[in-house]
Design a protein around this ligand. Structure first.
Ligand code: GCB
Length: 601
């Protein structure tokens, strides 16, 4: 699909960041707020009842003037897609529940033109997919009154094959977005961020040939750092289909054929390569073709591994000069949607001297990861297994696997993504360890070209000794933990704290820090002042030199962020104030401490 349609859908634009062109359905969508789940259950709680006229996904528009339909998408207000509802609609600021969205689009977006009279329905050439980049936290999706499916997980991409559902002319698309939390959901009840709801990321229509490339990547050999291997997987491919992968800038091409699983593994001829690193974030355009399909993407080539207590990027030891951030607009207003918001988040991180970002606590918007790749920032990406997960529940585990799979598959070609993180601050139990160790093995089986970690918590010392001991560390490549020395723990202890790392693995401090209101000044032991925050940073930085194998640090957090867990009036006002920047972009004193520390690394 190479054209942008201007008729009927003037606001729809080509989505530029995927590996194939697509038409974005971004724009103003109608919505109906449904706090009682009426749109699914109707009057009689029976979705199949003939008398039921409240099935928003099925009966999208009244068909006859006599129809009793007590809702009307066309007359309902609109909001922007992509975008969370909390920051767009004042009444929905605190809302957790169901909102139904609806838009109409022309089948010409999928290359369908209206057939001549009597010629029957137009059929697309090839297959048509509806791709949704993120709906928080659960989505039920309907097209032309037919249910396409349900997706669980608010931060990962999913898609439906709509070849048999899409029509020439007008199509209606309905998405029921539900951000209700439950005991078994991921994330579950308790978390320290804003539970933004809605279609938070782009929705698009993609056309692909009948047999298409469903997954592909190019990886650099760890042993010689010269050999590139391409893996190309096809959907519905028979054995023997020709596959080609080319890097035009290097003048190299590899050709081969699919095996009986519809997969080809090709080795590219060696060429003079500039490896991706924060200092040289070199990207190459790679083109893969298979049968009638062609995809292309820009990507960086690098190796990442650990050796003893070191992290090696391209075979050389590297210190991860990181910072944590949420997928939140830097001015404190909702989920990130624009390039400008991404650019400002990156600018703030780079101004500290960072070469690494921990994208907490769930997969961030794809354009952030891609921009980090262009700008030379390595990425830690994670799924929202946070605090008290229902570890014994098989459906929660299935949900976790699906979020890991979708996180990995979206960013599988990003050279800058170096760590898949599986959880944050979990409480030790055998059920938890079974769940997370199994998940770690699963993540490795999907991708063995990156490191696995999870952020643990070290909250108290025994006889003055901090020992981050947890059987889960056996399953990961990097021992990571959050320590809040100075904030949840006494700052005076920092200088005498002893750290013992009982694993021959690199250590990354995945969080530390303290809160301060930008512009509030006072004594260095006065809570919420910039001086106290800076004192905490200084104490931590002194302590870091005594942690053997320390290979990275990620202060919590780049910018103050919204959290209902933080109601302290006149201080927090609904924001976690541990930012090194305020939402209006003011830098706090501790930022300079971090900058100085990173300049020595
Ligand atoms: C943590 C969590 C993070 C919180 C932070 C805090 O340990 O991982 O999500 O926001 O502490 O500010 O307490």
């Amino acid at each position: 699909m190479k054209t942008t349609l201007t008729i009927f859908a003037a606001c729809f634009a080509l989505a530029a960041f995927a590996d194939r062109s697509a038409t974005s359905l971004a724009g103003d969508w109608h919505y109906i707020v449904d706090p009682q789940n009426i749109g699914s259950l109707g009057y009689h709680d029976d979705p199949d009842s003939q008398r039921d006229n409240m099935w928003f996904g099925r009966n999208v528009h009244a068909k006859h003037r006599s129809d009793l339909v007590e809702y009307n998408f066309d007359a309902s207000p609109t909001m922007k897609v992509p975008g969370d509802w909390n920051t767009q609609v004042k009444e929905l600021f605190w809302y957790e529940g169901i909102v139904w969205y609806e838009t109409d689009f022309d089948g010409r977006l999928a290359g369908l033109s209206k057939p001549a009279q009597g010629a029957g329905e137009a059929k697309p050439s090839g297959r048509v997919f509806l791709v949704l980049d993120g709906v928080s936290l659960k989505a039920d999706v309907y097209m032309n009154g037919r249910k396409l499916g349900t997706h669980v997980g608010g931060f990962t991409q999913f898609e439906f094959d709509v070849t048999d559902v899409i029509r020439a002319g007008k199509n209606s698309l309905v998405v029921k977005a539900d951000n209700t939390r439950s005991k078994s959901s991921i994330p579950t009840y308790g978390f320290d961020w804003w539970n933004y709801g809605g279609i938070i990321r782009d929705v698009r229509i993609e056309t692909r040939p009948e047999t298409y490339i469903s997954r592909w990547r190019v990886t650099l050999d760890k042993a010689d750092r010269k050999t590139l291997t391409a893996e190309v997987d096809l959907d519905k491919a028979a054995a023997g289909l020709p596959v080609k992968v080319a890097i035009p800038e290097l003048g190299v091409t590899a050709e081969g054929k699919t095996d009986e699983n519809g997969r080809a593994r090709l080795t590219l001829p060696q060429a003079e390569l500039t490896l991706w690193s924060p200092a040289t974030p070199k990207l190459y355009r790679v083109v893969a073709t298979a049968g009638a399909d062609e995809v292309s993407d820009e990507m960086g080539f690098r190796t990442i591994e650990t050796k003893g207590r070191s992290i090696l990027l391209n075979g050389e030891e590297i210190f991860l000069k990181g910072v944590c951030l949420h997928d939140e607009a830097p001015n404190g207003g909702g989920r990130v949607t624009s390039d400008a918001e991404v650019a400002e988040n990156i600018r703030r991180a780079k101004s500290l001297g960072c070469n690494f970002v921990r994208l907490a606590h769930y997969p961030h918007i794809e354009k952030m990861v891609r921009a980090c790749e262009r700008e030379g920032l390595m990425v830690w990406s994670e799924i929202p297994l946070y605090w008290m997960i229902d570890w014994g529940n098989p459906s929660t585990y299935a949900n976790a696997e699906s979020q890991v799979r979708e996180m990995i598959s979206r960013d599988i070609r990003r050279g800058n993504v170096i760590i898949w993180s599986l959880a944050n601050e979990t409480v030790r139990s055998s059920k938890r360890t079974d769940f997370l160790s199994r998940l770690a093995k699963y993540a490795r089986s999907l991708d063995n070209t990156r490191l696995i970690s999870l952020a643990m918590e070290v909250a108290r010392a025994r006889n003055g000794v901090n020992k981050p001991e947890d059987e889960l560390h056996e399953f990961v490549d990097i021992v990571s933990f959050n320590e809040y020395v100075g904030w949840y723990r006494n700052v005076k202890d920092a200088d005498k704290m002893v750290w013992e790392i009982p694993y021959e693995k690199p250590v990354v401090i995945s969080e530390f820090g303290g809160g301060a209101v930008a512009g509030r000044h006072g004594a260095n032991d006065e809570r919420w002042t910039e001086e106290m925050q800076q004192t905490i940073y200084e104490a931590n930085v002194r302590m870091f030199s005594r942690i053997e194998g320390l290979s990275g640090t990620c202060p919590w957090v780049l910018t103050d962020f919204r959290s209902p867990r933080r109601p302290l009036a006149g201080v927090q006002d609904g924001y976690n104030r541990k930012g090194l920047f305020s939402t209006d972009g003011r830098e706090k004193l501790a930022a300079e401490t971090m900058r100085k520390f990173y300049s020595t690394k």
